[in-house]
Design a protein around this ligand. Structure first.
Ligand code: PLP
Length: 341
């Protein structure tokens, strides 16, 4: 029985092409700067993100925290919606690594409001009671499955620039967002000074993320990455998979979105499930189950059918589509839900 793993898009294993490229990758020592495949990956990543430079990092969390550590000074304040990964899912790292304080906003990080953000900017830097605002963060595609409209990003960007503040974009699923909006990734990242995106999610690379920005920013990030223990050696083995992720996998994300929308449509027709297909912008499908449904029985049924899924969290269940999930798989998952809900 094929295992249908929909727990996340991080479960994606490398493709055969990636394994072949990894096995034969030319390597050097990236801390000395002479790992040519990593250099090529960083060049391509910068180009696709529309930035001057980029740096390879071990994970998305690492890249986000490196961005905070590079943009900010200790004691700075970072303005961010509380439902964003950096605030919610990175184990309190901003306080530990960059030594910054988060000024969190209530509401949906997938629909950031420039006026609300402006209200949190510290207006009088000379007042020593206040921590200086050092950075504003956005996230798209957001972990709630939605993509920020470009005009909202533009408004936040305009506000930030009025106060001379940098913006960091958590673009773990940047290319899913670009697919949804039908634009090149650079059309999104032009509203941010730095951007992190993951190679290891829907793009199938086994390990790694990129952080892109100006050359000066990336030069400083290289020093900070060393401090964080992220100076790695024969990274060409990983970068070889990363290059395939950027070259070949960014163009097929539409398939994952189509499968996610298909699944949402099917689930929304099952009584006992509340799912809104129009909220599916990327590859994540969220839905609520009626209170009288036995979650244990449902999880057992999924398990018996080879379907891996996380149990509901705060009443919401999430399924992720990705390279290894086909339309037939989606059909089977929907059938199991229809039978057991
Ligand atoms: C997955 C994710 C990250 C972190 O990536 P890891 O590689 O798991 O550390 C950051 N931000 C968002 C929005 C994510 O979905």
């Amino acid at each position: 029985m094929k295992i249908i793993d929909m727990r996340s898009d991080t479960v994606t294993k490398p493709t055969d092409a990636m394994r072949t490229a990894m096995a034969s990758a030319q390597v050097g020592d990236d801390v000395y700067g002479d790992d040519c495949v990593t250099n090529e990956l960083e060049r391509l990543a910068a180009e696709m993100a529309g930035k001057e430079a980029a740096i390879f990092v071990p994970s998305g969390t690492f890249g986000n925290q490196l961005a905070l550590f590079t943009h900010c000074r200790r004691g700075d304040e970072v303005i961010i919606y509380g439902d964003c990964h950096i605030a919610h899912d990175e184990a309190g790292a901003p306080a530990i690594i960059a030594g910054v304080q988060l000024q969190t906003l209530e509401g949906r990080g997938s629909l950031p409001n420039a006026v609300s953000i402006e209200s949190r900017i510290r207006k009088d830097p000379s007042d020593f009671h206040y921590p200086p605002t050092g950075l504003i963060c956005m996230e798209t595609a957001h972990s709630d499955g939605r993509v920020i409209p470009l005009d909202s990003m533009a408004a936040v960007h305009k506000t930030a620039k009025r106060y001379g503040l940098p913006i960091h974009l958590d673009g773990a699923r940047l290319f899913n967002a670009a697919d949804y909006l039908g634009v090149k990734a650079a059309e999104i990242t032009k509203y941010a000074d730095s951007v992190m995106f993951c190679l290891s999610k829907g793009l199938c690379a086994p390990i790694g993320s990129m952080l892109a920005g100006t050359k000066d920013f990336v030069d400083l990030a290289r020093r900070r990455r060393k401090i964080m223990g992220g100076g790695m050696r024969q990274t060409g083995i990983l970068a070889a998979a990363g290059l395939i992720a950027l070259r070949d996998m960014t163009g097929r994300l539409r398939e994952d979105r189509d499968n996610a929308v298909l699944l949402a449509n099917k689930l929304s027709k099952i009584s006992g499930i509340a799912c809104e297909p129009s909220d599916v912008h990327a590859n994540l499908v969220f839905f609520a189950l009626d209170g009288n449904i036995s979650v244990d029985a449902l999880m057992n049924a999924l398990n018996e059918n080879g379907i891996l899924a996380n149990p509901p969290e705060d009443g919401l269940m999430r399924l992720a589509t990705h390279y290894w999930i086909s339309e037939e798989d989606v059909q089977k998952v929907a059938d199991v839900f229809a039978k057991h809900v």
